[in-house]
Design a protein around this ligand. Structure first.
Ligand code: CA
Length: 255
């Protein structure tokens, strides 16, 4: 199986050149332009290439979040060659960084070097059993797929179990039957628990236009999600924030 790389870069021209070079070397590439998309797609990848400045966040913050759960290799694309960026990038657990402008060939060479190193390290620990955190499930290392050993296949968030690799979400251990849009919407809520999200933000999270007149569509999707939740639990998870939007309480509440 080719190594799977997630590229988080909002500038299309940079992304295009990189995707071309990576694919030419046989890598599988998933391209995201937003941090929230990358959160959804970051499970089960072999390496992350992260831009720092992104429309909905910051590559450093995203890396910190990833590092709490996974040792997947990370390379930063940084626009500034300043020392601070380098130090911050490496301190929060990046494996390497390149300063823009860079040649795609150089980056591909670094990707290969890091994957080689990681594969060697993981091969060395294949014999040891992996100890999983109680809140997450980790796949076992095998000789065939050593690189996937430390990546998360499932994440428990309150009563919800998010399985990005299987594109599934369970509530109280019962599988929710979701449309693609509902899955994206709920994933977005789970990435931002207890945060008040506007209808516009929610529409954008599921790839819909936030043009005037469409924002009430969200109410329909919320209604449908609530109905599906009720099959699994009596608690209320999606809380209406009058005048603002909605928030998710992953533990559920009685009102
Ligand atoms: Ca950028």
């Amino acid at each position: 199986m080719p190594a799977h790389i997630l590229l988080l870069e909002d500038e299309e021209s940079i992304a295009d050149a990189l995707i071309y070079s990576l694919k030419a070397e046989g890598f599988q590439v998933t391209w995201c332009q937003l941090v929230q998309e990358a959160i959804v797609h970051s499970a089960n990848v072999d390496l992350l290439i992260l831009d720092v400045g992104l429309p909905d966040g910051n590559g450093f913050e995203f890396c910190k979040q990833i590092r709490r759960q996974s040792e997947v290799p990370v390379i930063f694309l940084t626009a500034r060659a300043s020392e601070i960026d380098r130090v911050v990038g490496l301190e929060i657990g990046a494996d390497d960084y390149v300063v823009k402008p860079f040649s795609p060939r150089e980056l591909v060479a670094r990707v290969k070097a890091i994957l080689k190193r990681t594969q060697r390290q993981l091969a060395a620990v294949t014999e040891q059993s992996m100890t999983a955190e109680p809140t997450q499930t980790q796949s076992q290392a095998t000789a065939d797929q050593p690189i996937k050993a430390q990546q998360i296949t499932a994440q428990q968030i309150g009563d919800f179990l998010l399985k990005p690799t299987a594109v599934q979400i369970l509530l109280k251990n019962k599988l929710l039957t979701l449309t693609a849009l509902e899955y994206r919407l709920l994933s977005h809520f789970l990435a931002h628990p207890q945060q008040v999200l506007s209808r516009e933000q929610l529409l954008q999270s599921c790839g819909q236009s936030a043009d005037a007149g469409y924002d009430r569509n969200i109410d329909t999707h919320i209604k449908s999600l609530r109905a599906k939740f009720r099959i699994c639990s009596e608690l209320n998870y999606l809380i209406t924030q009058r005048g603002f939007g909605y928030s998710l309480n992953p533990q559920g509440q009685t009102t």
